[in-house]
Design a protein around this ligand. Structure first.
Ligand code: MG
Length: 268
């Protein structure tokens, strides 16, 4: 593991509390044509359960999905805090879900966007989420995906402009959403809550994770998780799943027992 990561993990071993922020699809779980079947890579749930149980990590999932979809796939007990819809929605471990109110005009525009997909015969690719609508073309051939993208954007560009919505392209799809919040806002909220001394790491694979990398840039460890490199603001690159599992195992080891700083001081 590179020196930067080892140095960061030494800080985690000494801290009373650290924050581990993780994207889900492409980071903890492989992409699956059926999104409802996208279970984590082997070993991920076990190591996250152990990290969570040790009580020294604030574990947070930050996903583009509806936050309520992740718990049944990840199967942690208790469930972690989950930010959904790229930072719009916050689901607490006790089941409380916070979400900004969706203005009537936005709801109508999203409904128009859905009708455009029906008109184009592309409704099957749609995912309706709180405050947004996404289309996934990962299951299509390259030609069909490119053709679908053109047809969708033909209608959605104008809808985005007219209603001040955000058009967000991600790996394998596009999303039309409320403009207010993104994954960077989720990171900024958590940074405020954990305070200035807690080590914080963020792992993600998608273009939408770049907002999170930028929000954490001078403050924590940022990791791009992808089979191949790409232009990124992240400091480090991990290949899934091996590098991710190795990192999580090292985190597990670093946070088992008392913080190193305390255990050293209390040895006598
Ligand atoms: Mg992802």
């Amino acid at each position: 593991m590179v020196e930067k990561v080892e140095h960061f993990l030494r800080g985690v071993a000494q801290a009373r509390l650290s924050a581990l922020l993780l994207d889900y699809d492409g980071t903890l779980a492989p992409f699956s044509a059926d999104r409802k079947q996208a279970v984590p890579y082997a070993g991920v749930t076990r190591v996250l359960q152990s990290i969570s149980g040790a009580g020294r990590t604030r574990l947070v999932i930050v996903t583009g999905r509806d936050a309520r979809e992740v718990g049944p796939l990840l199967r942690l007990d208790p469930p972690p805090e989950i930010w959904g819809a790229h930072g719009l929605q916050r689901l607490q471990p006790d089941g409380t879900c916070e979400m900004p109110e969706i203005p009537m005009l936005v709801a109508q525009a999203l409904d128009d966007a859905r009708r455009w997909l029906i008109y184009q015969g592309l409704e099957e690719l749609a995912e309706m989420k709180p405050g947004s609508i996404a289309v996934h073309w990962r299951s299509l051939s390259e030609t069909a995906a490119s053709e679908s993208r053109s047809r969708i954007l033909l209608g959605w560009f104008r809808m985005a402009e007219r209603n001040s919505l955000k058009l967000l392209e991600f790996d394998g799809g596009v999303e039309l959403r409320m403009p207010d919040l993104d994954k960077g806002d989720a990171v900024r909220t958590i940074l405020k809550e954990v305070g200035p001394n807690a080590p914080v790491a963020y792992l993600g694979d998608d273009a939408t994770d770049e907002h999170a990398f930028e929000a954490l840039a001078c403050r924590g460890l940022t990791v791009l998780v992808r089979p191949t490199q790409r232009r990124t603001s992240a400091q480090v690159w991990f290949k899934p799943p091996e590098d991710v599992l190795e990192f999580l195992s090292c985190w597990e080891e670093a946070t088992a027992g008392l913080p190193k700083s305390q255990s050293a001081g209390s040895s006598r």
